[in-house]
Design a protein around this ligand. Structure first.
Ligand SMILES: [Zn+2]
Length: 342
């Protein structure tokens, strides 16, 4: 039995027909975790859908109304890039409920993993990039409303920038003076990644009630074209490999945690930095992605910061690879958190 819970429902399946997004990946990860013995049936908890009140903590009433009544414009539906249906709305409300539960379990157990969610391209007033509802933001706002946490940090390692997250949580103060002036010494190329810090005034290391510090590591030359500023954006060049990626992640985590003391880390563990991803242009290996997960978990565990995990994207040419990468996230958590408890 795992020392933490996995949040999962068969109803996480996205009813979107034939699509580059592998809607069945959640069930396949669930099945893989059981068949390989990484988890057993007692490790899974079923989520309840988020309430409309929960969704409205992040999303605009007009947008929620359109979703619930099926009155999105053709343009709005096109921008979402997944076909609207009433069933799809229910799926996204359930994913948000799953992320709320994962966040609650993280506070109880040190880590909670939603075998779904991570819809980081959803904005308060519209959906885009396969994302209708920002489940991670809903979970943060619900825990804040319940006085379970005051602030949080998002660590987004999907290959695509977390534009919805950045827009929703714009305004968190950062201390840009604390940023390192240069990146890790392992990077010595002319197309050096750039680490951008949202240069907003504010005091260091304070606990600012309601604030959310956003970190996004992503491929610069990829969707979204317009990248609203996160607290820290790491714009990575095409084809970056395991070691350079991990050095930049380590750098961004260190920098963020020097500036901000979160009560919860929300890790968005996209599988699409993988070198064989159809929608990504980075060159991480399956092993490198597992090391990425371990790095985030080790940092959180060492500092005693609870971490909730969501899955976001993953479009490997062979869907089995996406399933392996997502399953490895649970295996990495097991290694880090089981070891810590011994
Ligand atoms: Zn993605």
């Amino acid at each position: 039995m795992l020392p933490f819970k996995l949040i999962y429902s068969d109803a996480y399946y996205l009813p979107i027909g034939s699509h580059v997004f592998p809607a069945e990946k959640y069930r396949r990860v669930h099945d893989r975790l059981l068949s390989t013995g990484v988890a057993d049936a007692s490790d899974f908890l079923a989520p309840h859908p988020a309430s409309d009140q929960d969704i409205l903590l992040v999303h605009k009433p007009d947008y929620v109304q359109k979703l619930k009544t099926g009155t999105l414009s053709a343009r709005e539906e096109m921008e979402m890039e997944i076909p609207y249906s009433r069933e799809l709305v229910e799926t996204f409300w359930l994913a948000a409920g799953g992320s709320i539960l994962a966040a609650r379990r993280a506070l109880a157990d040190g880590i909670g993993i939603n075998i779904g969610g991570g819809f980081h391209h959803a904005f308060p007033d519209h959906g885009e990039g396969f994302c209708m509802i920002h489940d991670v933001a809903v979970a943060i706002r619900r825990l804040q409303r319940d006085d379970k946490i005051r602030n949080a940090m998002t660590v987004d390692c999907d290959v695509h920038q977390g534009n919805g997250t950045a827009a929703i949580f714009a305004g968190t103060r950062t201390a840009s003076a604390l940023l390192p002036s240069a990146g890790p010494s392992t990077l010595d190329t002319s197309d050096r990644p750039s680490l951008r810090n949202g240069a907003l005034p504010g005091k260091m290391r304070g606990v600012h009630a309601g604030e959310v510090f956003t970190i996004s590591l992503h491929q610069h030359n990829n969707y979204p074209l317009w990248k609203p500023p996160s607290s820290i954006d790491v714009d990575l060049p095409d084809e970056i490999g395991d070691d350079d990626y991990l050095a930049w992640l380590d750098n961004a985590l260190s920098s963020g945690l020097r500036q901000f003391e979160p009560e919860l880390i929300c890790y968005i563990a996209g599988a699409d930095p993988y070198r064989e991803d159809q929608l990504g242009g980075l060159s991480l290996t399956i092993d490198g992605l597992k090391r990425r997960d371990e790095l985030v978990f080790r940092v959180a565990r060492a500092r005693g910061i609870p971490v909730m995990v969501t899955y976001a994207g993953g479009y490997a040419q062979n869907v089995e690879d996406t399933v392996t990468i997502h399953s490895n996230t649970v295996a990495a958590a097991k290694e880090v958190f089981a070891a810590a408890n011994r």
